[in-house]
Ligand binder design. Structure first.
Ligand code: FES
Length: 101
């Protein structure tokens, strides 16, 4: 596992989140309930863009078929059967967001 600088904390904390590509992986950075999370930018079911979904209670709600995923673990909670959502550890260092890949 290595930590990669992906954005400033201010950029990642934007209300709509921030999509970035890191090492060929499309990530969505988003501030939720005071913390910044890094998750796959697309749903593991049929690749809907999760930036267009709803966020709350530590979960993301997919806009296409209603899949629900836990943001801390990526575990699928509800919706169509599919793999869990890839989520990545985040740390803040000197106002920069680093993601572990
Ligand atoms: S694309 Fe997300 S639940 Fe189907």
């Amino acid at each position: 596992m290595r930590w990669i600088d992906v954005a400033s904390e201010m950029e990642a904390g934007h209300s709509n989140g921030l999509e970035v590509e890191v090492a060929g992986i499309a990530l969505l950075l988003r501030r939720i309930d005071g913390g910044i999370f890094a998750l796959s930018a697309t749903c593991p079911h049929h690749a809907a863009w999760l930036s267009q979904g709803r966020f709350g209670d530590g979960r993301v709600f997919c806009p296409r078929h209603g899949g629900v995923f836990d943001l801390a673990t990526g575990r699928r909670i509800a919706g169509p059967f599919c793999p869990d959502l890839p989520v990545y550890p985040v740390r803040i260092v000197g106002g920069r967001v680093e993601v572990a890949l």
